[in-house]
Each structure stands twice: as structure tokens, then as C-alpha cells.
Write a protein that binds this ligand. Structure first.
Ligand code: AFP
Length: 353
């Protein structure tokens, strides 16, 4: 052993050891680790919020599993029932709804849920601090033709006084505390917006975990793609038609004509718009004077996500997040996307162009 003060050649640190690089990260950030990391240090955090989001992502993994096997498992086709919107309920819609209700109930943290597939809100847990609104399977008319579909959700706070809820799901979107959607596409992904930003996680089906794949998403300031059901042209008012002609005009200076992309699943059309920029529009028309899409579980979650990512969402007059809902199944016109492109749409609606 070397004496104190002496320098033994063996005791000297090897330059090779002290400079060795950190081991490469073999395992990415899971969705759960991301949530726990985000909540760490948040004053008053009890874990209930993370539990609700974990329950939702468990539900999404179960739905993913069934969607992937739908053809084999005989889950395609209709149940023969109609939902509250008067549309035929497909087997997968019913399954997805039951799964989400069940995982949220088991979490014990959810006071009530509102779903596209249920006429009334469903009470879950009297001690729950959160309300979840969801469209369990968006784009369901695309199931039978193997096109991307998804699940849309938002989380609100349940305010209660002496055990009685004072605020149910009829809250404007600016009160949302988290929102997200999954896309069951070529991969299954979840985009999640919280006060920690907007992040996208991709499911590794081999291990059944979502891993962070697109951190800190920002919607491009402007784009050159528009997404609208052009088949509704004859039903739009003149202002929308004028805008739809404008995006198709040739003008190299501002990137026109825009390219056109329209899947007919909000999750798919919104996801492309979020990542690549541009504009998605489902305006009011003669067939749907109040708009077609639902405020609480389609427009509000998407509007919250786009706003958190630096984009915008409007009903043509007001920001979506300011709209006061009157009933659980309210419909609304919805225009969302890059801030600049949504701004131009608003100018057409105000007849400033
Ligand atoms: P389905 O769930 O009935 O397929 O409706 C999907 C949707 O609500 C939304 O995801 C689409 O953006 C929109 O409807 C498509 O509507 P159109 O078929 O009228 O274009």
C-alpha cells in the first residue's frame, strides 16, 4: 500500500478511464417516465393526474391491440345499434368505449367521463379529481378500408363542493389540463399536450411501451397544405368558397397553390397538419349549419394541442378554446393548423380579403 503523501504509479487515475464516454442510452424515455419527470417538483402533485393519463394510455394500448387484429377477430362491421349522433355503431367503437370507461374507472381518479358513444355522462368515482372527455374511435367509417383511425381525449378538473360536482364536462377548452390523441396507423402513436409541452410517443409493439419519438413538437408557423372535404363545396357559404379558391390560385411568392390532403379521420388529418404545417378545415355548411365535429371530445382537445404547439384553432369567429359548451354533444365548425394559415382563413371570414 502506498504511504500517505507518496505518489504510486498504480494510484494515478488512468486518462483512459477518466475520459470514457457515457454508455449509450439503449432504452428511450417511456411515456410514464416522461409524465413522472414532468410532475416531479410540481407543488401539490399527488400522482392522480399521472394515474389518469396512465389509465388512458393503457386503454389506447388495448384498443391498438384489437384494431391490429380487427379483421382476424371479426371486429369489423356494424353492431346494428345507432349512437346518440344517429350513426351506426361499429363493433370497434363499442369495444373502445368500454375499454376507456373500464380503465378510467379502475384508476379511481376519474369523477366522470363523457364519450361520443354515450348519450349521458357516466359517473366513475365520487373521489375522482378529473373528468375525461373522449372520442373512443375517431374516423370509424375508415375502419373497414384499413385507413388510420384514432382515439381523442382531454382531461378537465372536476370541481366539487361537499362531495357535489360544481363543474362537470361543460367547461370551455381553455380549462383543459391535458389533451391528446392516438393514431392507429403504420405505427401507433400518442401525441400528448400538457403544460410541459407537446410530445409524441411511438408504441414499440414488441415490449408494449410508448417511447418518446418526437419531443417538443412545434407546429410550423405556416405551411402549404390544406385539408378539407372538397365534396362539400356546393354547401359552403361564399366566404369559405372564396378562401378555397384562394388556396388553389397560383402565386409562387406565398407558396400557392397549396397541396390538398384529406383522409377523413380527424386524427390523421390533424396529425399531418401538426407536424408539417398548413390548415385543416371542417367549416359549417348547408348540411351541418352548426359544424359537423364535436366540441368537447374532438375540437377542444385538438385546439388545446395546437395552441400548446404554437398553432391555432378557430370556429371561424372565435378561438375554439373560448367557446362555452351548452351540451355534451355540441358540434362546432373547426379550423386548425399553422398560426399564419388559420389567420388568413379568419381574414376571409371577416371579409378582409
Ligand atoms: P366517422 O368517425 O364517422 O368516420 O367521422 C369522422 C369525423 O368525425 C372526423 O374524424 C373527420 O374529420 C370527419 O368526420 C370527416 O367527415 P366527412 O366524411 O364529412 O368529410
Amino acid at each position: 500500500m502506498a504511504e500517505p503523501g507518496s505518489t504510486s504509479p498504480r494510484a494515478a487515475p488512468s486518462p483512459n478511464h477518466s475520459l470514457s464516454p457515457p454508455a449509450p442510452a439503449l432504452v428511450g424515455t417511456t411515456l410514464e417516465a416522461h409524465l413522472i419527470g414532468g410532475m416531479r417538483g410540481t407543488p401539490g402533485a399527488t400522482g392522480d393526474f399521472v394515474s389518469v393519463l396512465n389509465a388512458l394510455t393503457l386503454g389506447i394500448r388495448i384498443i391498438h391491440n384489437r384494431v391490429r387484429a380487427a379483421g382476424l377477430a371479426g371486429m369489423l362491421g356494424y353492431t346494428g345499434e345507432t349512437n346518440v349522433q344517429g350513426e351506426e355503431v361499429q363493433k370497434l367503437d363499442a369495444f373502445a368505449n368500454d375499454v376507456l370507461c373500464s380503465v378510467l374507472e379502475r384508476s379511481g381518479r376519474c369523477a366522470l367521463v363523457a364519450s361520443e358513444e354515450m348519450e349521458q355522462v357516466r359517473v366513475q368515482s365520487s373521489s375522482g379529481k378529473y373528468i375525461v372527455c373522449f372520442d373512443p374511435l375517431d374516423g370509424s367509417s375508415n375502419i373497414d378500408v384499413n385507413i388510420s383511425i384514432g382515439t381523442i381525449f382531454c382531461v378537465l378538473r372536476a370541481q366539487s363542493v361537499a362531495g357535489h360536482l360544481t363543474e362537470g364536462p361543460l367547461q370551455p377548452g381553455h380549462k383543459i389540463v391535458a389533451a391528446g390523441y392516438s393514431v392507429y396507423g403504420s405505427a401507433t402513436t400518442v401525441v400528448l399536450a400538457t403544460s410541459f409541452g407537446v410530445n409524441c410517443f411511438t408504441l414499440d409493439p414488441g415490449v408494449g411501451e410508448f417511447f418518446l419519438s418526437h419531443p417538443d413538437i412545434k407546429c410550423p408557423e405556416r405551411g402549404n397544405t390544406y385539408s378539407i372535404n372538397e365534396g362539400n363545396h356546393a354547401r359552403w357559404d361564399d366566404k369559405v368558397r372564396k378562401w378555397a379558391s384562394w388556396v388553389k390560385e397560383e402565386n409562387k411568392a406565398d407558396g400557392r397553390p397549396f397541396g390538398h390532403r384529406y383522409v377523413g379521420s380527424l386524427v390523421a388529418d390533424a396529425h399531418r397538419t401538426l407536424l408539417k404545417g398548413g390548415i385543416f378545415a371542417y367549416p359549417a355548411d348547408k348540411k351541418s349549419p352548426g359544424g359537423k365535429l364535436r366540441l368537447l371530445y374532438e375540437a377542444n382537445p385538438m385546439a388545446f394541442i395546437f395552441q400548446q404547439a404554437g398553432g391555432a384553432a378557430t370556429n371561424g369567429v372565435d378561438p375554439i378554446l373560448k367557446v362555452e359548451p351548452k351540451s355534451v354533444h355540441d358540434r362546432t365548425p373547426l379550423v386548425l393548423g399553422s398560426k399564419h394559415d388559420v389567420g388568413v382563413f379568419r381574414e376571409f371570414m371577416r371579409e378582409e380579403r
